[in-house]
Write a protein of this length. Structure first.
Length: 146
């Protein structure tokens, strides 16, 4: 008997055959993901890549980062970052690494969380905050707070 994950993989493989990747970095972000109000930046964490959705200074909205490249986001002190978990196949876990640091997220499993959750962090102190995905450590990034 096939597991739920195996069935999902087959459906995704069939749906994407000949059409490119359904969930890859070239997929189009929806408008609510690319329009940030003032004081908010959004970063997508997905299967095999990360992407700035909106709100990071000096970065084109929708810009994907594929490891070993490191995602960079610059914001002002007092602004918030939403880490959006939107992987379809793998779990993700934002882990703050180094000093200064911020609260890490819980592990997000797409089978447990059918609606992609958000890990919201407000950065109040200037500095460079490093993070990585605790499940896929090659996905890394920095938040530079001015």
């Amino acid at each position: 008997m096939m597991t739920r994950l195996q069935i999902t993989v087959w459906i995704l493989a069939f749906a994407s055959a000949g059409c490119g990747s359904v969930f890859g970095p070239e997929s189009v972000a929806t408008s609510f993901q690319t329009q940030c109000p003032s004081g908010l930046a959004q970063i997508q964490l997905a299967d095999g890549f990360s992407r700035v959705l909106c709100g990071c200074q000096g970065v084109t909205d929708g810009q994907a980062t594929i490891p070993p490249a490191i995602l960079n986001c610059t914001i002002n002190a007092g602004e918030k970052v939403w880490f959006r978990f939107e992987g379809a196949l793998g779990s993700h876990w934002i882990v703050s690494s180094g000093t200064p640091s911020f609260p890490s997220s819980v592990v997000v499993d797409p089978e447990v969380f059918p609606v992609p959750p958000v890990h919201a962090v407000t950065f109040t102190a200037p500095g460079t905050y490093s993070f990585h995905d605790g499940i896929t450590p090659s996905i890394q990034g920095t938040i530079t707070v001015l």
